[in-house]
Design a protein around this ligand. Structure first.
Ligand code: PNW
Length: 452
């Protein structure tokens, strides 16, 4: 195999999110978020796990940046907790909250690490949920106001901004099935929350053009859908699943319209949206962030309301979150984005896997061969997409640290760095050592056999 090369300036990094790592959610004048409330409601998270301590990054951020530097990261994607900035969601700014992120950004820059800042990774201020949350049309203005506070404080030091992380997960988990905060279960609310999230995205991009001078984009999780058979039913189910997960957010953001299948899926719960809303949603974007974990092989079934579901592959390899390992899906997906939406710059803003990791061995070693294998194949798939002409500018591994996997609590470990939740000790796993070499060689070492 010939040595693989990545484009000049291709950024190698890792990603996290505020609620999953910070802890101290109410420190220094912050307000509660929907995730603090949700996790403190009995029965909502596995073992009742909460983000009260998490990885204690709110207090250990300096050491964590040092760790990133030791691993050789060139970029770090993190999110800001909105209710640290505006404890009531709008209005009054809590300067201590702004200062926390400002110090973090300075520390990253001093260590030569480029910050990628996500404004919304799921932790809506609870005060805004009390005003209807994403079901309230005013949420677009609330989000633009919060975004503007951050642009004024950090633009220039932060040059890559993300509005929303994964609107599909926010609404499918938070408004349709209820496994994620705010825990609603309504087919009628789901399209409204999705639409308002996209209006908020548009309003925040618009506000950025007035204040910011660099780049802003949207992060979506997408997953290629392959039909389980060539029957008309499975083909139609695959089309619905694809429209629901992959086109529902990119179509309005980049093409200014929704795919027609959404009407079929939601029926009388799908409103006719005003043209002016779609105009607001469709803003010029500087990049699209892609989060990729798995594919799905899709079959028609009775699931509500999609009438489509994933079939388990008998010969497939599955991660601890039950997701099939399927690297080629990432290449297929990136090529699909290019074909449907044109030549837009893309970042892989998340990719990684939870596997069972053995305890830290004597001498501080964690052998995680499955994760290394997963990463090697997926970074290879990114390279294949670049070869196929996609404009991919960077790769952010999910995740820097083992962290709070939302309602699954601390039971799933996605980190390249092991976290001992009793002592907060960080131990780079074999995959982190391996990834460091990939970065240092700008991808050339991907072709070496894995150090099992
Ligand atoms: C992403 N799905 O969530 C999130 O951005 C992270 O916060 C999270 O920790 C990570 O992936 C791992 O789960 C997803 O069901 C959750 O397709 C669910 C799905 C995709 C992404």
């Amino acid at each position: 195999m010939s040595q693989r090369t990545f484009p000049d300036g291709f950024l190698w990094g890792a990603a996290t999110a505020a609620h999953q790592i910070e802890g101290s959610p109410m420190a220094d004048g912050a307000g509660p978020s929907i995730w603090t409330r949700f996790a403190h409601t009995p029965g909502m998270t596995l073992n009742g796990d909460t983000g009260d301590v998490a990885c204690d990054h709110y207090r250990r951020w300096k050491d964590d940046v040092k760790l990133m530097r030791e691993l050789g990261l060139q970029a770090y994607r993190f999110s800001v907790s909105w209710s640290r900035i505006h404890p009531e969601g709008t209005g009054r700014v809590n300067q201590a909250g702004v200062d926390f992120y400002s110090r973090l950004v300075d520390e990253l820059l001093e260590n030569g690490i480029e910050p990628l800042l996500t404004l919304y990774h799921w932790d809506l201020p609870a005060a805004l949920e009390d005003r209807g949350g994403w079901l309230n049309r005013d949420s677009a203005d609330w989000f633009a106001e919060y975004g503007s506070t951050m642009y004024r404080a950090l633009d220039g030091r932060v040059k890559k901004w993300v509005t929303l992380n994964e609107p599909w997960v926010i609404t499918d988990g938070g408004y349709l099935h209820g496994a994620l905060a705010p825990g609603h279960r309504s087919k009628y609310e789901t399209p409204i929350a999705s639409h308002n999230l996209m209006r908020a995205h548009g309003a925040a991009v618009k506000a950025y053009r007035d204040i910011g001078k660099h780049e802003i984009g949207l992060v979506v999780n997408i997953e290629p859908k392959y039909p389980a058979s060539d029957s008309a039913e499975d083909t139609a189910a695959t089309k619905r699943a694809h429209a629901y997960m992959n086109e529902q957010y990119l179509d309005p953001a980049l093409l200014g319209r929704y795919p027609p299948e959404l009407k079929e899926i939601f029926g009388d719960a799908w409103p006719d949206w005003a043209a002016a809303d779609l105009e607001l949603i469709r803003q010029q974007l500087d990049f699209i962030g892609i989060n990729y974990y798995t594919r799905s092989v899709t079959q028609a079934n009775d699931s509500y309301p999609l009438k489509a579901g994933a079939v388990r592959q008998p010969l497939g390899t599955y991660t601890e979150t039950g997701w099939e390992v399927y690297p080629k899906g990432l290449t297929d997906l990136l090529v699909w984005v290019k074909e449907r939406y044109g030549d837009i710059p893309m970042y892989i803003t998340e990719n990684g896997a939870a596997f069972f990791d053995p305890p830290v061995a004597e001498g501080g070693r964690v052998r995680d061969p499955l994760r290394m294998d997963y990463l090697q194949k997926h970074i290879g798939a990114v390279h294949d997409a670049i070869q196929a002409g996609c404009d991919i500018r960077g790769y952010m591994l999910w995740s820097l640290l083992d962290n709070l996997e939302w309602s699954l609590g601390y039971s799933k470990r996605f980190g390249m760095v092991h976290v001992n939740y009793g002592t907060q000790e960080r131990t780079p796993k074999d995959s982190a050592r391996w990834y460091s070499k990939v970065i240092a060689s700008h991808g050339a070492s991907l072709d070496e056999p894995l150090p099992y």
